[in-house]
Design a protein around this ligand. Structure first.
Ligand code: SIN
Length: 517
């Protein structure tokens, strides 16, 4: 094997990137981690609820599989979900081996409940600090090895060539441009939630890996499925802080401003209905009543239990003089998780030889049209394991063909990719017109405006380096075009002008780049 192929370049340092780095090092490779911020600043760090695995008494990997498929609204790729759920216990054992301090009860790993899971199967750590504990632990293991870590280094573009993929890197301010050739590249750059004005994600979650892969010619899929989390904190001037689904799993309920519970009117599972159902129910209540928020009521839970199980949430709320054991918490939905992304097969192969991907940046079909809670950290591990194995013993593969393929050009633009006000426009536009409830006219307007913004922001020279703002516009275009194309409602994608699911849309929408504008 040539030397470079034993030295993968892993872009991103969330659970997927760190895990691939550790496992590929264990398999004898010499990976480098490239991260645009510092090593442990990734979306993973903010994950509260936990990580799902069927390890409890009375649970089974097949029940986890069934719940994953049910939540996915007819679009889950069964083979992907089988892999996710059946390999979950082994990947949890890896995390335990690396030292992740999962919470226990009487010596056994404690398991919580979350929406649309038929069993208690959510492992957590530090109560509601699961992502943080995982990120800290994996970071510590990485730092004990000789894995090279390049912080504050940004992927600027990918190019295909005779010796595989070339990755252009630079400092965040554009200095020190460098082209790395002849090494396999693993995209683990995460999701794009913060491209929406209202988002539970940290500001780094802008999905640029997808835009860069798309420009390089990689196939993208399922971009219309952007998942909204039902319960984020609502207070003027405050961040949309996540109030984990596990609170509802423990018995918290949702109430309108008048104090009435409304979820039983929307679904037999009430507050434990699938995430898209709860999100839309809240949205309907807001429209129906004209209220600014609804309320998460955990006051029936014992105070000690609340403080022990949800210390992060309680600490955050204390900063706003709220105590969830006494006060109802104002909440609204916000953008949370990108179900679509760079299309891959189950080993992480993209449509570009030499480019692999895993975690939230990908679309494997594992979540269908709606991801089951706490399957996302798991996805990074399970598919990350196969990427690591493939890096050690490369095999050929490519993602399956989508049922419908859109071809989109990337225009030669005017190169004004540094205007940050454009990102603000994109965030407003996505939230207002490509949000929880979508409609054809608004989507057409969004597509028109985003195409115009792409003309402004893409570099005029095809060999130029697009800036982050151009990536934000490109990614938003992919979401808006996909949402306009899918003329039905399914899972996280809801169209008021096409409110039902249609059999003919039981397919994935892929997007490929056309070579000319
Ligand atoms: C949560 O804690 O509610 C988020 C978990 C997830 O997105 O899976």
């Amino acid at each position: 094997m040539p030397r470079g192929s034993r030295a993968p370049l892993i872009i991103g340092s969330g659970i997927a990137g760190l895990y691939v780095a550790l496992r590929s090092r264990e398999l004898g490779l010499s990976p480098t981690i490239v991260t645009k911020s510092v090593l442990d600043e990734a979306n993973t760090r903010y994950a509260q609820g936990g990580i799902a695995a069927a390890i409890g008494v009375g649970d089974s990997v097949d029940l986890h599989l069934r719940d994953t498929i049910r939540a996915g609204a007819g679009l889950v790729d069964r083979a992907a979900a089988l892999r996710l759920t059946h390999e979950a216990p082994a990947r949890i054992a890896d995390l335990v081996r690396y030292g992740v301090p999962f919470d226990t009860v009487e010596g056994q790993i404690a398991l919580g409940r979350e929406a649309a899971h038929s069993r208690s199967r959510i492992l957590h750590a530090g109560g509601d600090a699961t992502g943080l504990r995982i990120e800290e632990t994996l970071k510590a293991r990485v730092l004990e090895t000789d894995i090279e870590v390049r912080e504050r280094t940004v992927l600027r573009r990918l190019d295909t060539g005779r010796d595989g993929i070339a990755a252009t890197l630079s400092r965040p301010d554009g200095r020190d441009v460098e082209v790395v050739r002849g090494r396999p590249v693993v995209l683990a750059t995460g999701g794009a939630g913060s491209l929406y004005r209202e988002s539970s994600n940290p500001s780094i979650a802008t999905g640029e890996g997808v835009a860069i892969a798309f420009r390089a010619g990689a196939r993208i899929a399922d971009m219309e499925f952007l998942q909204f989390h039902p319960t984020t904190f609502c207070r003027a001037g405050a961040p949309r802080f996540l109030l984990t689904e596990a609170l509802r799993g423990e018995g918290a309920v949702l109430r309108g401003a008048g104090g009435e519970r409304f979820m039983p009117r929307y679904h037999s599972a009430a507050e434990l209905a699938p995430r898209d159902v709860v999100t839309r129910a809240i949205q309907s209540e807001l429209v129906r009543t004209g209220a600014r928020c609804v309320y998460l009521d955990a006051t029936a839970l014992p105070a000690e239990r609340l403080f022990a199980r949800f210390p992060t949430v309680c600490r955050f709320l204390a900063g706003y003089h709220l105590d969830p054991s006494r006060d109802r918490i104002p909440v609204v939905p916000a953008a949370h998780y990108m179900i679509g992304g760079v299309a891959t097969d189950l080993e992480g192969h993209t449509s570009l030889p030499g480019l692999l991907a895993c975690g939230e940046v990908t679309s494997t079909g594992v979540h269908g049209a709606n991801r089951l809670a706490s399957n996302s950290l798991l996805e990074g591990l399970v598919f990350g394991e196969h990427v690591a194995r493939d890096l050690a013993r490369p095999r050929r593969g490519r993602p399956p063909a989508p049922g419908r393929l859109l071809s989109l050009p990337v225009p030669a633009g005017e190169g004004h990719g540094l205007d940050r006000t454009v990102t603000t426009q994109v965030r407003d536009l996505l939230w207002d017109d490509v949000g929880i409830v979508r409609e054809g006219g608004a989507l057409e307007g969004a597509v028109r405006r985003l195409d115009a913004l792409a003309l402004r922001c893409e570099p005029s020279d095809p060999a130029g380096l697009p800036g982050p703002v151009a990536n934000h516009v490109e990614l938003a275009r992919l979401i808006a075009w996909s949402a306009l194309t899918r003329t039905e409602s399914r899972g996280a994608h809801y169209r008021s002008d096409h409110p039902r699911s249609r059999a003919r849309w039981r397919l994935h929408i892929g997007i490929g780049r056309t070579t000319t504008a």
